[in-house]
Design a protein around this ligand. Structure first.
Ligand SMILES: *Cc1c(COP(=O)(O)O)cnc(C)c1O
Length: 482
């Protein structure tokens, strides 16, 4: 069906039905009809399908979206939702962005895909040039893959294989932080520490060495975020003294541990990590899949510590939220360890069928062009300041233990008891109440357990931020009511 759009730009008062959708609800393209068809055959990610019930409405609605416009999503019944989480952190400049859509359409008529071994194309070449230009200096090599988890697999395998090619095959392990999240494929899940996703599959996974996260929420009374970072670096040093000989790399999410509950930490941890990795001869893998492309205030989070990793993983915002694509950037030194006469057997023989997909590369290139042409980071600073100011009063709320923010990511931590910071039991699904409340009010907020967070597209207006915050405030009142 053609994407149906509301004729006028989305305002704050019209997140009910749009006039031009009236009459659609009785067709087989209504929310109810589409949800029923969906439930016959589809199986959705990160979902207990039972939550949708037989009709796709109870207790959690399954919402068919027919169009996106700026920061808004429109469902098949014409209801509008402000996308407060950038559709799983992918969207940067709004849905159906005309410039990205145009680039995609143009590329599709020229070359949709070609095998990327033995063949190349200008969208990938130009994208690699541009990624090297915008990332910290020693990163000069670009390996492409097609989603975030795949990028993590590439970085883990490359790091291991680098040491193997250097005659150090005893390096087979990885150090990850507590509370980390790096994706859902077995390798990426191995270096993740979110029990909800990991526990079930633990028997299948590699065992990482866990280093305590520098998460500032875990500060001792009176301890600053910077002091937590320094204390955690001491602990990391101790781990490296014991394990560096068998360790390929330390992998971290720079500045914000996103899926682990939007936990944030001081940049000094990254600066110290860089020094420790050099001292102990292990790689530093920066997973900037969620925090890259301006989310934390700088184009890349690592910039705030003025460090460059040995591997940087990018995805999500890389295509502005349009298409699955990921990139692993690394140094010329890593590349050189694989570069040898064929029979030396040192090549990195990793591939995905859609590696370097021209459509995705072309849209990524256009996304980077928007960063060049528009004052994105400066505008984000203003939006982030507004969000911060609007969230500040929540600190006083009796059920809020923490309000934290890093650029265009803000989070509110709900607790059963403010003094002891005792969390609500997960089974109470308090966050789900906020989610359901927000949908009724025309907003998409998708809490991580007891953490209500905001990660809107960069095209959001201050009035739209107000709508998100007001919705969250009333949602929190509902969620903590009994
Ligand atoms: C989302 C995410 C991933 C995984 O990316 P997918 O494209 O969902 O596989 C990895 N690391 C971080 C930090 C993420 O937020």
């Amino acid at each position: 069906m053609p994407a149906t759009r509301c004729a006028r730009p989305p305002g704050l008062s019209d997140h009910g039905r749009c006039a031009d959708h009236s009459g659609m609800t009785s067709s087989n393209r209504s929310n109810a009809a589409l949800a029923a068809r969906d439930l016959k055959h589809l199986w959705h990610p990160c979902t207990q399908m039972h939550d949708h019930g037989a009709a796709g409405t109870d207790p959690v609605p399954l919402l068919p979206i027919v169009a996106g416009e700026g920061a808004w999503l429109v469902d098949a019944d014409g209801r509008r939702y402000l996308d407060g989480i950038s559709s799983w952190w992918t969207n940067l400049f709004g849905h159906a962005h005309p410039r990205l859509a145009g680039a995609l359409a143009e590329q599709a008529q020229r070359l949709e895909h070609v095998i990327f071994a033995g063949f190349t194309h200008e969208p990938a070449i130009a994208l690699a040039e541009e990624l090297v230009r915008v990332t910290p200096a020693p990163l000069q090599r670009v390996f492409l893959a097609d989603n975030g988890s795949a990028a993590i697999e590439v970085a883990l395998k490359m790091s291991f294989h680098y040491w193997l090619n250097q005659g150090r095959g005893e390096k087979t392990r990885f150090i990850a932080l507590t509370g980390s999240y790096h994706g859902e494929t077995l390798g990426a899940l191995s270096v993740s520490d979110v029990a909800l996703y990991r526990k079930t599959y633990a028997p299948l996974l590699l065992t990482p060495i866990l280093a305590p996260s520098p998460d500032a929420y875990e500060a001792a009374p009176g301890e600053s975020a910077e002091e937590v970072a320094l204390r955690r670096l001491d602990e990391l040093r101790t781990l490296l003294e014991r394990h560096a000989h068998e360790t390929c790399a330390v992998i971290v999410e720079p500045l914000v541990q996103c899926a682990g509950g939007m936990r944030m930490y001081h940049p000094r941890y990254l600066a110290g990590l860089r020094r420790l990795c050099d001292e102990f001869e292990v790689h530093f893998i920066a997973d900037e899949i969620a925090v890259g492309f301006g989310r934390t205030g700088s184009l890349f989070a690592c910039e705030q510590a003025q460090v460059s990793p040995d591997f940087m993983c990018l995805s999500k915002g890389l295509t502005g939220g349009f298409l699955p694509l990921s990139a692993v950037l690394t140094t010329e030194a890593v590349y050189a360890a694989f570069y040898a006469e064929y029979n030396a057997g040192k090549a990195f023989l990793h591939s995905h069928s859609y590696t370097g997909n021209p459509l995705a590369c072309r849209v990524a290139l256009e996304t980077l062009a928007i960063f060049r042409d528009e004052p994105v980071l400066a505008r984000n600073r203003e939006l982030a300041a507004h969000l911060q100011q609007r969230l500040a009063p929540l600190r006083e709320h009796p059920q809020v233990a923490d309000v934290r923010q890093c650029g265009m990511i803000a989070a509110v931590e709900l607790v059963a008891d403010k003094r002891s910071r005792r969390p609500y039991p997960a089974e109470e699904r308090r966050g789900l109440r906020v989610y359901l409340h927000a949908l009724q009010r025309g907003a998409l907020l998708r809490p991580l357990g007891n953490v209500i967070y905001f990660m809107p597209p960069y095209v959001v207006t201050t009035a739209e931020i107000d709508h998100l915050v007001d919705t969250a405030l009333s949602g929190i009142e509902r969620a903590v009511a009994d």
